[in-house]
Write a protein that binds this ligand. Structure first.
Ligand SMILES: Cc1cc2nc3c(=O)[nH]c(=O)nc-3n(C[C@H](O)[C@H](O)[C@H](O)COP(=O)(O)OP(=O)(O)OC[C@H]3O[C@@H](n4cnc5c(N)ncnc54)[C@H](O)[C@@H]3O)c2cc1C
Length: 467
């Protein structure tokens, strides 16, 4: 098994062209910091909406090589989080937000179609399964919130037999199927958006870490290690590093990590499981386990049980963590025992920016010149396209439906996480307790009272962990 930070998808997508380092003094109409999905979609929607706009996208490493090119490839709408949306914004705004996110899933597919991007887009829905009695019916509140909001033809609750007909894992119990979801090969998608950006004239820079941002007066100045750029507008889409020292948003996210493995091609196992519909599947733990198939018959399997990182540390164990990969493999074999003895070809991981609400937020900073997106909490692939449209509308001061989405919030409205070192230390203790509790539930043992008590802390202080 090859265990490296960049993982399987980036390798599978093949060698990519390099883009120049930003040097000297440059001027743009909009600067976009960070070349993940958020920065790419924002640049694409800005430039395709206003072809004369000078858009510069500045990436510290390689475009699409961060979490955006390494994730599970679940392109999800936000229906799974509908109860949380209602709680934060009320029923009507929550509906608008969820519908925009559902549309975003389709728009990703339409983009691939329009630009001939072979990102393996497959609109096959998302199945949440219970894998322990403690998870049974964990979707009840969400479905109730949907029904109360008038969504009567939404997700389908499935009996254990119906779940088995979709994927016959011996560990699966009942479940719920959300139709509005797809899967992609994430690196192919990221590189496809990058190519579309290049074609329409977005200026792309790599190996250009932004080290300072000065917002005002009248314009924004962005300093990289080898140059400087000025613009009237700035979009911060640097993902997990928004949690870092000096970031105006550092109190709004905790940095966790998620890790994955992928099997050798096992088409006969997928056939035996009857899992031929391409569904994205996850269990209902707070430290979620998620899995999907690929067109060449592999199973990609991930676990959001990675460690909490201090500050905005992106590398180290946020990317490479052999202990967490052992946990991923244990989970894979528990759910798919028929994979015993089959090769796992790659293992990898990456950071996750987790917000206390577990919802993404678009922030307009007080100057009115700088916008940021953060807090996808492991669910950015589908929503980032909608965020890109929203950022473009905010920057261009359009008065459209994207500018009216409730997830655009002033920075003061964000729930705060504790400062370091409490964020890291407290987060680590709580995460480990949740891990112990969920492991005990999975193997049918009673949960020790200390872990059970610590695992309840997030709920008591209003933090939402998991979906
Ligand atoms: C293993 C794993 C599995 C996941 N699975 C899923 C999934 O199946 N579905 C889903 O919806 N989400 C998933 N996620 C989460 C998803 O990958 C993210 O929500 C999404 O990629 C966020 O995109 P982004 O553009 O905001 O951030 P990123 O992809 O993190 O991009 C930010 C970019 O900014 C750059 N950057 C950082 N600092 C600087 C700086 N100072 N200067 C310039 N550039 C900078 C980084 O190098 C990076 O390229 C997963 C994440 C991981 C790690």
């Amino acid at each position: 098994m090859i265990h490296k930070a960049l993982g399987y998808w980036i390798e599978e997508a093949g060698p990519q062209p390099e883009f120049p380092v930003m040097t000297g003094g440059r001027e743009f109409d909009v600067i976009v910091v960070g070349g993940g999905f958020t920065g790419l979609w924002t640049s694409y929607h800005l430039k395709s909406g206003e072809p004369d706009l000078r858009v510069g996208l500045i990436e510290s490493h390689r475009i699409g090589h961060g979490p955006s090119g390494r994730n599970g490839g679940f392109v999800d709408a936000m229906w799974v989080s509908f109860a949380s949306l209602v709680k934060r914004y009320g029923s009507e705004p929550a509906l608008r937000q969820a519908r925009a996110a559902e549309q975003s899933v389709r728009q990703v597919g339409e983009f691939c179609e329009k630009h001939g991007v072979d990102a393996w887009y497959r609109h096959s829905g998302y199945l949440n399964v219970s894998t322990a009695p403690a998870q049974d019916g964990s979707w009840d509140d969400n479905l109730r919130a949907m029904r109360e909001a008038g969504i009567l033809d939404g997700p389908r609750e499935l009996s254990p037999q119906e779940v088995q007909a979709i994927c016959a894992s011996p560990a699966f119990r009942s479940g719920v199927h959300y139709g509005a979801a797809a899967t992609v090969q994430p690196a192919r998608l990221a590189f496809g958006i990058r190519e579309a950006c290049r074609e329409i004239g977005v200026e792309l820079f790599e190996h250009s870490p932004v080290v300072r941002v000065e917002d005002g007066p009248g314009e924004v100045t962005v300093t990289t290690v080898s140059g400087q750029a000025k613009a009237p507008k700035l979009v911060l889409s640097n993902g997990p590093t928004l949690a870092g020292q000096g970031s105006p948003l550092r109190g709004a996210v905790t940095l966790a990590s998620s890790h994955m493995v992928i099997t050798e091609p096992v088409p006969e196992v997928i056939e035996e499981l009857g899992w031929t519909g391409g569904e994205a599947i996850s269990d209902c733990r707070a430290l979620l386990t998620y899995f999907r198939t690929t067109p060449d018959g592999r199973i990609a399997f991930g676990w959001g049980g990675g460690r909490i990182a201090a500050g905005a540390r992106r590398f180290g164990r946020a990317e490479l963590d052999a202990d967490v990969i052992d946990g991923v493999i244990t989970g894979l074999k528990r759910y798919f025992p028929m994979l015993e003895g089959r090769d796992l070809e790659y293992a990898w991981g990456g950071p996750i920016d987790a917000s206390p609400t577990h919802l993404p937020h678009v922030i307009s900073l007080p100057s009115g010149r700088t916008f940021a997106a953060l807090g996808y909490t492991g669910n950015g692939v589908g929503p980032s396209q909608m965020v890109g449209r929203t950022m473009a509308s905010l920057v261009l001061e359009r008065d459209d439906e994207y500018c009216a989405l409730p997830f655009i919030e002033p920075v003061e409205a964000l729930a705060k996480v504790p400062p370091e070192p409490f964020r890291w230390a407290g987060g680590a203790v709580i995460r480990e307790a949740i891990g112990r509790k969920e492991e005990a539930e999975l193997i049918g043992r009673s949960v020790d009272p200390v872990s059970a008590a610590i695992a309840r802390i997030p709920q008591l202080i209003g933090f939402h962990i998991g979906r």
